[in-house]
Ligand binder design. Sequence first.
Ligand code: ADP
Ligand code: MG
Length: 328
Amino acid sequence: MKLSDIGEFGFIDRIKKDTIVNPASVVVGIGDDGAVYKTTEGKEQVAVIDTMIEGRHFIIGKTATWYEAGYKAVASNLSDIAAMGAEPTHLVLSVALTPQMDAAQTDELYRGMKDICRHYGVNILGGDTVVSSEGAVLTVAAFGEIEAGKAVLRSGAVPGDIVAVSNTLGNSGAGLDVLLAGDAGYAAMKKAHAMPVPQVELGRLAVKYGCHSLNDISDGLASESNEIAAASHVDLILDKLQIPLSDELRRWCEVSGKDPYAYALAGGEDYELVLTMAPDDFYLLKEEFSSLTVIGKVQAGSGNVYLKDGHHTQVLAPSGWNHFSGGE
Ligand code: ADP
Ligand code: MG
């Protein structure tokens, strides 16, 4: 059955089931002109928004299924909420869909969104549905809560901080290249690209342990670390060889002749977190969240990032890693 057969209201009827997973804070969900929700006293609200365009951010049948597209459209927003240190609570969304799209496909799109929302206790409060003439456009706006005054900004890094990142970097960008090449195997990298994990738990722990600055890695470590350096008016000195890479990424780069650090520094869409904090606080945090690696330190300076590679140090520009832009 095509969307053109069931119409806008038929579509909304189909998707409105299981949108509220945490009813305590919802007064009105889907079905009126606006949603109504309660906020928690003493907390501040965080709002983020992100758009994914079919053909540009995902290619159905090649880099994503409809389920994965829905999942990722929510994940990228929850990653921004996590990067403020907040707990995600609600979302609203706008979908532009082609009339030729099958209702079974939109069911899959919403199954992906609902699965990740259920996992993180996020309510889908409402949205908007419009017709697109060419490909789907998915815009998700998410909301979260944080203890008043505790949001972890990009601007808080101070000299003496360590710089650390979560898990391993570069998997999503490499996973995308593997998917585009149609290569078999490399399941973890493909998954890192199609269904990234927002680091919500770590974001909350960053608040608990007094993290000074925090950013999610959506455009590559080079770009995100420069954002922290610029906003905090400090220099970041990163050690290339400390950047954590997965075995799968190393293996694929050996086979393909690619530079794994190009993916880590400029691959994008990893949705890991980069943070700076006092070393003593960091070691307490690491006891509770072990998958963190120190990759550098913060120094007094004027907003630059330097990348050390053995005895050689170079400026790391926000646009990334010269091997990446120059060598491709
Ligand atoms: P209005 O015309 O008042 O803007 P709509 O007819 O667009 O309302 O939407 C009716 C209800 O369905 C609203 O509660 C809206 O939030 C919800 N809704 C519409 N489109 C979507 C969607 N794509 N996903 C989730 N909820 C939606
Ligand atoms: Mg509307």
